[in-house]
Design a protein around this ligand. Structure first.
Ligand SMILES: Nc1ncnc2c1ncn2[C@@H]1O[C@H](COP(=O)(O)OP(=O)(O)OP(=O)(O)O)[C@@H](O)[C@H]1O
Ligand SMILES: [Mg+2]
Length: 773
């Protein structure tokens, strides 16, 4: 056991050793809040608190995993295993699984992602014959989400004339009706959306005192990181759970509250003292992350905000380099500058790709940067954006799996009922939906009796047969699920449903990459099965796999061993740190965003976002802006962001760079430079910059063009020739010896005896094996 206190300063020690009673740590960026939380948990366990009684809520599941690992290292042993740590959504999804029946939901309820929710809303808007230009589905969903996060149920909505009036005044009087239909439909489908995971937890804790008592008793020590970004619903859950023992510790930074648009409520910080009058409040002011210049520049910007708690963040770190400001002539120029700078720092300072982050305000900005990095052969990973699990082919296969677990999941069922095409048209589907509504049944109940009911629903015999065949197939997969592991079942689904066959018929590069994606999903299922069988109490159910996917944020896939430059929006970068950070697109109307210029509060949130971005940097930060940028299909001109002007010139190194990146002027006269931006500038249509920009508008090349032959056996030749008695090396299981091989060459499986992991049966097609001979 390590001396926990050796790694902490005096104030941090005080925070870690205060274990009883309410405690709030409100402190600046990089001052060790997350570190204190980690050490505090280790200290609690060291003091004899059962890890079973500790709950810690983090911003991402990855952050929770890392904290757990750190705690294990600090205290040794396996105690940290029992800790409940994760995001609000994943922790309370787990609780709801156990308690769902009480709320009228099946325990295998589906978790709808945003796309599922939007699909449901679109259908409702359509059925109510409303105009989607007025009732924009995404906006309607946002509205419903904000009601839910403020615990305004449908009934509460209709009892609140003010809300109804507000929606009516916004020319959307039917929002309440959509909300009502939406909630009913989700309930009928046995599905919860993200907001429901919190709303239903609140319902559970309020309606069922015995459940409240049970979890209060269990979670005797509660900790919340990034407290500034909790919403009302989360606040109430924490408050309810903590009300018995009041051992609650929240850490946060009001200057980093950046999720107001999603309902985060900064008042939660201000109310803490009211809720717990005895609360101890500890400020941390020493920043350990960044150079002096970065800390001072960040302080200067945030000082312009009126709504903030007084703080004095300082650091003993070296003063560091000034922050270069690069004025680019276009987004492509900006991207090339960033890529060249990364390239040269890698050369001159032996930096690794993973030491760099490029942060931007909107996802769309990544495209130009990606292109520039690709040209320089710098590997990168884009976080956010369209995640792997949202791709059509992946959602299709997942929809089959969802129906197996929860046949009431109507979104999933409608997605696959005629995919791949099996002659069940929209008219038939509508008849099924109408029939189900009339008979107060769910679609799966109708399908269960389709041979009996089909006729009365006006469906002809051949179509009834098709429906019956489809449903028999689904049932047969469900039976399989009882005996086979989830990988085997998914493989069977992909083949038998015809998904793989249909995708393989398309031999364009896009089609091939879809097949690859399906194989990647199957790989991850195999990985999941392997991983769960290794854990003593692993839950290897399909349900658990699907839940992990539904709750996974893209950030969870960040791998420290992956040497890649990180590209992400600033919102995602919260809590992270990188040696070198580029903040790009520092232009008025982009950052601060155009949408935020209406009120002081909105502008202040943008400024906090800037503060978050800059304080991610440890050794060096860069600012860039472009005087012209390709946005919304046209070229727009940009002025430097006001945030640049809020930083004292002495912290900046103004680079006056020509288009070719050669001449640098280190004059430091940023005001001159900014003045220059009011002068007429590029582009004119005859201008080379304009032409260059236009040249960029090509659709992105699909880089994957792997032949079908390779797809059929992605492992290549070596494993194909595997013999009994060969020694092999597996990524995770280590060294082993082949005991037997079975099955046809396409689907051969080998039983391998691993030195440390014992016997495992692996499908050679996917197993990452190296033959040692
Ligand atoms: N007492 C200390 N001695 C040495 N390093 C420290 C100390 N406290 C914190 N650090 C380091 O400083 C960095 C910032 O710490 P941490 O991430 O905990 O700060 P934070 O307050 O949570 O930041 P943010 O506001 O960005 O979430 C980390 O690399 C951490 O290991
Ligand atoms: Mg932190």
């Amino acid at each position: 056991m390590k001396d926990l206190f050796a790694d902490l300063n005096e104030v941090q020690k005080q925070a870690v050793s205060t274990i009883e009673g309410p405690l709030m740590i409100i402190a600046g960026a990089g001052s060790g809040k997350t570190r204190v939380l980690t050490y505090r948990i280790a200290h609690l366990i060291d003091k004899g608190v059962d890890s079973f009684n500790i709950l810690a809520l983090t911003f991402t599941n990855k952050a929770a995993r890392e904290m757990k690992e750190r705690i294990s290292l600090l205290i040794g042993g396996t105690e940290a295993k029992n800790l409940w740590m994760g995001t609000f959504h994943s922790v309370f999804a787990r609780i709801l699984r156990a308690e769902a029946i009480k709320l009228g939901f099946p325990s295998n309820f589906t978790i709808y992602d945003q796309q599922d929710c939007i699909n449901v809303i679109k259908k409702i808007i359509n059925e109510l014959q409303l105009d989607t230009d007025i009732y924009k589905p995404k906006q309607v969903l946002g509205r419903i989400s904000s009601y839910k996060n403020n615990l305004i149920t449908v009934r509460a909505y209709f009892n609140n004339p003010e809300l109804i009036q507000a929606d009516t005044a916004a020319m959307r009087p039917k929002i309440g009706n959509i909300y009502q239909a939406y909630v009913e439909r989700c309930f009928k489908s046995g599905a919860m959306d993200f907001d429901d995971l919190l709303l239903r937890t609140n319902e559970l804790l309020t309606r069922f005192p015995e459940s409240l008592a049970k979890y209060q008793d269990r979670f005797r020590y509660i900790m919340v990181d990034e407290y500034q970004d909790t919403n009302h619903s989360q606040y109430l859950i924490v408050k309810a759970l903590a009300s018995r023992f009041e051992n609650i510790c929240v850490v946060g930074d009001d200057a980093q509250s950046i999720y107001a648009f999603r309902g985060a409520n900064i008042k939660n910080i201000l109310n803490f003292k009211k809720d717990y009058p005895d609360a101890k409040i500890i400020p941390l002011e020493q920043n350990y992350r960044s150079t002096q210049i970065i800390v001072e520049a960040a302080n200067e910007v945030i000082a312009k905000n009126r709504d903030q708690l007084e703080k004095n963040v300082w650091t003993q770190n070296p003063s560091g380099d000034k922050i270069p400001v690069y004025r680019a002539l276009s987004d492509a120029d900006e991207a090339n500058y960033v890529a060249s700078e990364i390239f040269s720092l890698k050369m001159s300072q032996q930096k690794k790709n993973k030491n760099f982050a490029i942060l931007y305000r909107t996802n769309a900005q990544s495209r130009a940067i990606e292109e520039a990095l690709r040209k320089k052969n710098i590997s990168y990973k884009v976080f956010g954006g369209l995640s792997f699990y949202q791709r059509k082919e992946i959602k299709d296969l997942l929809a089959y799996l969802r129906v197996l677990v929860n046949p009431k999941d109507q979104e999933a069922l409608l997605r696959i009922i005629n995919y791949p095409a099996r002659g069940i048209g929209d008219t038939t589907v509508n008849k099924l939906i109408v029939g189900a509504d009339q008979q107060q049944k769910s679609l799966d109940e109708i399908l269960n009796q389709i041979e009996l009911l089909g006729n009365s629903l006006g469906i002809n015999k051949p179509t009834i047969d098709k429906l019956a065949n489809f449903w028999t197939m689904i049932k047969s997969f469900q039976v399989l699920l009882k005996t086979e592991n989830v990988y085997e079942v998914a493989m069977k689904v992909a083949v038998t449903s015809g998904i793989l066959k249909t995708l393989k018929e398309d031999d364009t590069p896009e089609g091939i990459s879809r097949v690859e994606n399906i194989q990647e999903l199957l790989n991850s299922l195999q990985g999941f099965v392997d991983e769960q069988t290794q854990l003593d109490e692993g839950d290897s159910s399909l349900n658990f796999f699907l839940e992990n996917i539904a709750l996974a944020s893209d950030l969870d896939s960040r791998d420290e061993h992956d040497d890649k430059v990180s590209l992400m929006t600033i919102h995602l970068a919260k809590g992270l740190e990188f040696p070198v950070v580029f903040i790009v697109g520092l232009e008025e109307n982009l950052f601060p965003s155009q949408m935020s210029l209406n009120t002081r509060q909105e502008l202040e949130e943008e400024r906090r976002l800037f503060y978050v971005a800059l304080t991610r940097a440890q050794e060096k930060a860069y600012f860039t802006y472009a005087t012209t940028r390709f946005r919304w299909g046209k070229i727009v001109e940009g002025e430097p962001s006001r945030f640049l002007e809020e930083i004292c010139e002495k912290h900046l190194e103004i680079l006056n760079i020509s288009f070719t990146n050669t001449i640098r002027n280190h004059s430091g006269l940023n005001s001159d430079l900014f003045a220059d931006d009011f002068a007429p500038r590029y582009p004119k249509s005859s201008d080379p910059v304009y032409k260059k920009l236009k040249g960029q508008i090509k659709p992105p090349q699909n880089l994957k063009s792997i032949s079908n032959a390779k797809l059929a056996n992605p492992v290549g030749g070596s494993v194909a020739n595997l013999k009994i008695g060969d020694y092999v090396l597996h990524d995770r299981f280590g060294k082993g010896k082949v005991v037997s091989i079975e099955g046809d060459p396409e689907n051969a499986k080998a039983l391998i005896n691993f030195e440390n992991e014992g016997d495992k049966k692996l499908l050679l097609k996917f197993a990452k094996l190296k033959v040692l001979g």
